[in-house]
Ligand binder design. Sequence first.
Ligand code: PEP
Ligand code: MN
Length: 278
Amino acid sequence: MMQPFRMASREDREGDTLIQISTAPRKVTVGEGYCTIIAGPCAVECKESYIDMAVFLKAAGAHILRGGLFKPRTSPYSFKGLGGPGINIIKEAREITGLPVVTEIMDVRDLDILYDSIDILQVGSRNMQNFSLLEELSKLDKPILLKRGLSATIEEWLLAAEYVLNGGNEKVILCERGIRTFEPYTRNTVDIGAVPLIKRLSHLPIIVDPSHATGKWHMVTPIAKAAIAAGADGVMVEVHQNPDYALSDGKQSLTPDNFRGMLRQVTDIACLEGKIVI
Ligand code: PEP
Ligand code: MN
């Protein structure tokens, strides 16, 4: 039986999709056999703190920087990111560190601002089924980090990936970030089982975001370890110099020290799994 997500399915292709993130001088590969660490604050808040964090993360061993400019917030009164003007901060961090960067795109009208300076465009949970956005992104030659919708089934998620693949963009990285359940102690319920399932169904890389998946900083390291042990190709975590004062998602942000500890433990597991941690 053919899967409804034909191009994302393993039936369509032999082997796993490896995505090269092209930013000189450092090459980053995302996919089977690698363990990619994406890290940074939830949102870019100000130039000084973002650049300092970027420099720290590079020295600590992160492969890709994150930082939101356009933040999808539940309340319109919450900090919604610096928006377009913040792009120069990310650009500078990318230049100084040589690390590729990922940020969320909520609206195709922001493509002009983001395209040249951003290496991976993130489609957030709330936009996983924004089909017109997916169709626009499918026309690009740029990797897309596609987060799982808050209440999306695996099939719906893979069909969202299919929109991007079908339009001609084969560079899709899936990101499990927890789903909404009846459990209120955690922000979401992390679906680690999605990792081996996706690996069986699809050739696309899959990473896990233990920060949004749990909403609690003390759960980030254990879930990051579980993700890699379950076969994920990497993790994306939020890190902040001073989580208590973060403008968004402080409760789930690691301090720099905690990030170092997380990376050490995740690297040990990745090595046991035979993955390359570049
Ligand atoms: C994010 O990673 O910045 C984010 C908003 O995550 P999600 O879409 O998973 O809630
Ligand atoms: Mn966040």
